[in-house]
Structures are given as structure tokens and as C-alpha cells.
Design a protein around this ligand. Sequence first.
Ligand code: FDA
Length: 529
Amino acid sequence: MDTAHPSFPILVALFVLLLGVTSSQPYEEFLQCLEFHDSNITSIVYTRANSSFSSLLESSIRNPRFDTSATPKPLLIFTPRQISHIESAIRCSRAHRIQIRVRSGGHDYEGLSYSTISPSLTFLVLDLRNLRAIQVDVPSKTAWAQAGATLGELYYAIAAESRTLAFPAGMWPTVGLGGHISGGGYGSLLRKHGIAADNVVDAQVVDVEGRILDRASMGEDLFWAIRGGGGNTFGIVVAWKLSLVSVPPTVTLFTASRTAQHKQNATEIVHRWQYVVDKLPNDVFFMVVLNSVANPVQANATTIQASFNSLYLGGIEGLIPMMDAKFPDLGLRRENCVEMSWAKSILYFAGFPLNSPLESLLDRTISATGSAKFKGKSDYVKEPIPISGFEGIWEKLKEVGVQTGGLILASYGGKMSEIPESSIPFPHRAGNIYQVEEVAFWVEDGVEAADGYLNWLRGLYEYMTPYVSKNPREAYANYRDLDIGRRARSWGSSYYKNNFDRLVRVKTAVDPANFFRNEQSIPPLSSWR
Ligand code: FDA
């Protein structure tokens, strides 16, 4: 017998063995690579075999839609404690062809900071939860804040130093600074001070070569791109230097709800709201939440509710006469209003009881939707929607159950109209009356239920087409929506308008091999032409 040639079964066994070795290689060699750089580093790596792996992964999944057994999971979770750990993770991931998904607060609407739509992708989650130091410097009105900090932690740290300083970012406390500012970041101060990314003055970034860069060393092109050009694209932001803004010691909030029936005239008031909201003094931020609610006077019936929520940078005495003069249609009364500090207004918008302690801002476990899954889409309105348009929206809202679908309209104008479209990648400026978020929530499990709600939401979005921005149909990058086209040019012009080409040029210069990427990250020229 010729012993020089192994038999077929032995060959198969060898092949199977080899396959096994090959598939475990990225993981083991990655760990060896990390240990080579720092012998203690593996204590911050959680593999699927680790008993904490699932709880760690789930702790920052903010959309239960991507917390199912079918959701693609990372090979491991890496939780750096210092910046050198990030450098090592980048070097070793590149060497072993493991994609990095960086996660700060985990609020990505499509779950792309901890998952993927490609089931076969080998990736790790670089979770910045341990990098969340914040240093506020009152005299210079600036703060350095690490990317793993939440908005609530930032606002709390600022409030601990001063009642009259604030930062113009989002209104939900657990949102992470890493993703939020990378995609723009708006909140109740946008009409007065612009968005979060407008108010960044320096940053610390680890680039694809593992270099630690600040504004001076990264140059103005990259510094421009990271302020709104989307996360997981140009490098890993470790910290932002933020320019803080002044706010009065007391601000006023109100909520006034009107239904479309029972002489409450919600339709007419929302219609009228569009004509005044972008022209109000910059001290006012005004939101309207539209949804279907149980009919208060008719059993088993629904009606449409418009809930007007506003923040005014001043006391009730200033707000009431201003609203009486500019928007009497709402009939705002003192009893609808409440005064508090700006930091506490974040808890108000997040639905906390009025007497909640400021420390509630530090709670990283609160959930906006509980166990409900959700999907959001976004639009910009430049011409008021006619009454008949709203009547059609009401019909759409009545198609879904009570409070399972809605629209959130957020006022623009003011400072937003003064900042040029190319100032930073976020381009939605002059000409917008308000931004719209269309959203669906559901608690039912399974693909069929999800498809029902997703189809409803897509139908609503389709219905909105004649009433919203066109060529391109603009969208907000931080309300990530994988429906708006697979081609980069398509979603790129919706999110970034004419800034898309500059973003591609920056990406091509800083990460030509497209190491930092996800399903909607800016591609380098070589990847999409
Ligand atoms: P997450 O960690 O999921 O990151 C989002 C994206 O940025 C991912 O692609 C991720 O890889 C990348 N990324 C994260 N950290 C990075 C880093 N350090 N460096 C580079 N890339 C990084 N928006 C708004 O403008 N105003 C608001 O009031 C709200 N409110 C709100 C409430 C709730 C309940 C949700 C779910 C979302 C919002 N948002 C919002 C949207 C929010 O701004 C958006 O989802 C942000 O991208 C979230 O940032 P996180 O760091 O939390 O998410």
C-alpha cells in the first residue's frame, strides 16, 4: 500500500480539522495579538464563552428589535479602560481581519453599533462604557467629555458646576456622546445654539493607524468630518472638547394636549403651528407629538392627539405674553407651565416625575421604549402641510393601535438657519420649518408582527412624500434608516446633501482601505465608483 497518500476519509478529516482551526484562528490570534501589546489586556475581553457576555451585550441594546436569537452577535466584546487599549484593538483587528463596531450609548436605530445585517460577518464590539470621564471648566465655558459618557452624565457634570451653563445636545439621558455627536445631535437648545456637533471645539480620535490625534494633528478636514459625518467611519472618537452655552437659571416648560375632536381643534392648531414655529424668538423650542389615543368620551374608539411640548429660556412671566401674541391659537395657560433649571428640563422631556432628583440623569438603565421594538424614519418640512394633508396623516395613525405609531415634529429656524449648510457635515439648515420623525413601536414578537408595523411605517413615509423635502428627500443621520437606499450616493445625499462628496474625499484620505465601516458608513472612492 502506498502510505505516502492519505486515504479519502483521512483527507476529509484533515480538511474538517483545518477548517475548525481556521475558523478559531481570528479569535485566538486576535487575543494573542492583544496580549503581545499588553499582557493584562485580555481581562477586558468578553468572549461568547464568558458568563457576562450576553448581559454585557444586552445592557446597551436600546432597541429590543435587535435583541433576538436571530440577531448576528459579535465574536467578542472589548471594553477598553485606556486609550492604548483602543490602539491595540485597532492594530490587532486589522491584522486579523476582524471588523470593529464601536459602541458608546448603543442607541443606533438599526443596531449597527453591536450588530450587522450580514450574518456571516466576523466582528467585535468595542464598547466605550469605561471611558466616560468628564471635566468641566467653568471659566473657559468648555468641557472635555469622553465618548462613552451619556448625555445625562454630561448634563449632570455641568449642572454640578453651574446652573447657568448647558450643552445643546439631545433630550434622552442614556444617549452616548460617541454616536450622538458623530451624527449631529439636536435638542431643546437647537434654535438658540445649533446642534451638538456645531459646538465641538476639539476632539481626541484614534485613527486607522492607531495614532492618537487631536484637532491640530488631525487637520481641519478630518475635524470637519467627525462633527456629523456619521460614526464608525473616520476613526474612534475617544473624547470631545465641548463649548458650553449660557442658559438662564430658570427655564419654563409646558405640555398642552389637544385632540382632533370635541372642539379641541388639534388639526387647525397643528396647521397654524407650522406658520409660526420657525419664526418664534430663538429662546423657544417647540415640539409636537402626533398619535392616536383612546377616545376619552367614546368607548372602543380612538381619536388623534397633538401634544405640544415646549422649552422657553426664561420664566413663565415672559412666556405667556409671548405665546399670547405669537400663537394665541394654542390658548396656553399658566397651569400648563412649570419652571425649573435647564438640567432638570431633560428629565421633564424624558417623562420623569417633576420631583425626580437630578441624579436620575446618571441612570444608565432607563429605557425609552421598555420592551417595545421600534423603527424610526425622518423628514424635513419646508412648506406648511395643508389641512387635508394632516387629515390623511390622521387616517394613517388610525390604522395602527393606540400609541404604536406617531410623528414627532421638532421646530427649526433661529440659529439653525444662520449656520451654513457646509459648516459641518450636518446640512439641514435654512429653509426648514421643522424636522419630522415617523416612528412605529410594537411589543409583539416575531417577523410577521414586525413586518406589519414596518409596512405601516413605510406606508406613512410614502404618504408624506408630497409634503416633505425633495431632491434629495433629506433625512437625519442619527435617525439611521436602512430603507433609504443601499447605494451610498442615495442615503449619503439624504443625510449629508452636498457635503457627501467632501466626506468621501476625507474618508479616502484617512481610511482608504475602508477599515472603519458599517452598512451606512461613508465609503472611500475606491469602494463605490
Ligand atoms: P451607538 O453607540 O449605537 O452609536 C451610534 C453610531 O455611532 C454607530 O454607528 C456607532 O458605531 C458609532 N459610534 C459610537 N461611538 C463612537 C465613537 N466613539 N467613535 C466613532 N463612532 C462611534 N438624537 C438626537 O439628535 N436628539 C435626541 O434627543 C435623541 N434622542 C434619542 C432617544 C432615544 C431613545 C434613541 C434610541 C435615540 C435618540 N437619538 C436622538 C438618536 C441618537 O442621537 C443616535 O442614535 C446616536 O447615534 C446614538 O449615539 P450612541 O452613542 O448612543 O449610539
